[in-house]
Design a protein around this ligand. Structure first.
Ligand code: NAD
Length: 493
């Protein structure tokens, strides 16, 4: 497409007016079919834009284009691929405010956090570009005389990246940047709830000289476009972030073609507060973690285990903070802690979880109902005490601004309860005792543990869940190498 046409499209995207977006396949924006999906602002119900309901044929065209482009892309020096990534991150920075605005309007995220997401995304792409000169193989001694063994690190081929709606923009980079720098090409399917930021991403990417077919974007629902992508024999890796149910389904479907999977799934992060903890710090961190993105974060504190001696003091501090939580419509109000839940299903799920906690004997000490607002999927910030291990509220992912608290007798009990979960993504511990912190680090069975703080994870770390929280991981060197395969070459002579 001519660059002036792309510039017009970008200008239209950032005008804030709803319009139809097009898939980006093989370097072109494809004419839409008849079926379109409305994308609505969850705070107001207003139409933000429409995306195509892509067919299996659209998905096939994207995979074929990605495969065609992959051979040449792999043969280019890694530093050249990295320079393409840097051109993309520069484009994102040029339009950082407008991109954040799209996320605010389609996802209901507060503006400050949407801005952090956009800026972090650009930094993440640069971070992955820096790996270009650091991708390493190995040279081994052979058992045979006169032979040398080379372990070459190679791309897998074509990657399918399937995204959730809670950090939709960052997740594009988490899939795309390591895939591209290691020589893979990619087909991205964003969530049908929040796809417009990905379409804006594709439009900005089209303004760079990235070779056609290296990055492809197809929108649509999981049941149509998603199914077509995960069952396509031309995919070499499915990297998915989303719910346990979908992740489990993807793994089953991928089994038919023996496609490699990388799954980043749900969480039920325990926060353990010991009696020697700095309670102000613990309360502030746990509150911030529970209301950020309206509690819709895979690694935010979902259940608290607090030592009996400081239970009442912690609850009192949390109550003050939860009472001061400002919420509303982030597309028209500033200074909010949180916006609405992403959709009606999300709101109903949170409301049901709290009702069930009440029925099972927990005490709702504040909140506990749908917020009284003229529009939007708002739930009141909610604190629950008297929770016990068998209750669903301590076992199932809530994904809303609701915090259940359980009293414990000590660190051993807290660790045992924390580990007794089908989730194993992240965990946190509040203590001033180094021995207690080290014991927790040794005994907690989670992908990540934060000591005296809550989420988020660092780009140079490794974000990976145990048990039903996932398979494989993302970020840092170990995340990068998930996009590669090892090819052994024996050289005799
Ligand atoms: P979801 O599983 O409903 O949807 C995620 C994506 O999968 C969407 O793009 C959807 O269209 C697609 N999909 C649905 N059915 C499909 C199918 N049959 N085939 C292929 N694709 C299909 O998840 P969500 O509601 O968007 O995201 C919220 C979940 O994501 C939460 O459980 C949260 O904990 C998890 N999450 C995890 C991490 C992590 O890093 N571990 C990060 C963010 C979110």
């Amino acid at each position: 497409m001519a660059s002036s046409l792309i510039a017009d499209r970008v200008a239209e995207t950032f005008s804030g007016q709803p319009r139809d977006y097009r898939n980006h396949i093989d370097g072109r924006f494809i004419e839409n079919g008849t079926e379109m999906i409305d994308v609505l602002n969850p705070a107001t119900g207003a139409l933000v834009g429409r995306i195509p309901e892509s067919s299996a044929a659209d998905v096939d065209a994207a995979v074929v284009a990605a495969r065609r482009a992959q051979g040449d892309w792999e043969q280019r020096p890694a530093i050249e691929r990295a320079n393409h990534l840097r051109a993309i991150s520069a484009k994102l920075r040029e339009h950082r405010l407008e991109l954040a605005d799209i996320i605010v309007r389609e996802q209901g995220k507060v503006r400050g956090l949407a801005q952090v997401e956009v800026d972090f995304t650009a930094d993440y792409i640069d971070y992955m570009a820096e790996w270009a000169r650091r991708i390493e193989g190995e040279v081994l001694t052979s058992d045979r005389p006169g032979e040398t063994m080379l372990l070459l690190r190679k791309p897998l081929g074509v990657v399918a990246g399937i995204l959730p709606w809670n950090f939709p923009f960052f997740l594009i980079a988490r899939k795309m940047a390591p895939a591209l720098v290691t020589g893979n090409t990619i087909v991205i399917k964003p969530s049908e709830e929040t796809p417009l930021n990905a379409y804006a991403f594709a439009e900005l990417l089209a303004e760079t000289d990235l070779p056609k077919g290296v990055f492809n974007l197809v929108g649509g629902r999981g049941a149509v476009a998603g199914e077509a992508l995960i069952s396509h024999p031309g995919i070499d890796l499915i990297t998915f972030t989303g719910s346990v149910a979908t992740g489990s389904h993807i793994m089953q479907v991928a089994g038919r073609n023996l496609t490699k999977v990388n799954l980043e799934l749900g969480g039920k992060a325990p926060a353990i507060v010991l009696k020697d903890a700095d309670l102000d710090l613990a309360a502030e961190a746990i509150h911030a973690s529970r209301v950020i993105n309206t509690g819709q974060v895979c690694n935010c504190a979902e259940r608290v285990y607090v030592e009996r001696e400081v239970h009442d003091a912690l609850v009192a501090k949390l109550k003050v903070l939860f009472e001061g939580t400002l919420y509303g419509d982030p597309s028209s109000e500033e200074g909010l802690h949180m916006g609405p839940l992403v959709n009606k299903a999300g709101l109903d799920k949170v409301a049901r979880a709290v009702d069930l906690a009440r029925e099972q004997g927990a005490t709702v000490i504040m909140g506990g109902k749908v917020a009284d607002r003229p529009s939007g999927f708002h739930y009141e910030p909610t604190l629950i005490t008297g929770a016990t291990a068998e209750m669903d509220i301590m076992q199932r992912e809530i994904f809303g601004p609701v915090l259940p608290i359980q009293e414990v007798g000590g660190l051993d009990e807290a660790i045992a309860l924390a580990n007794d979960s089908e989730y194993g993504l992240t965990s946190s511990v509040y203590t001033r005792d180094l021995n207690a912190a080290m014991k927790a680090a040794r005994e907690l069975k989670f992908g990540e543990t934060y000591i005296n703080r809550e989420n988020f994870e660092a780009m140079q770390g490794f974000h990976a869940g145990r048990r039903k929280s996932g398979i494989g991981g993302a970020d840092g060197k170990h995340g990068l190498y998930e996009f590669t395969t090892t090819h052994v070459v024996y050289i005799k002579g």
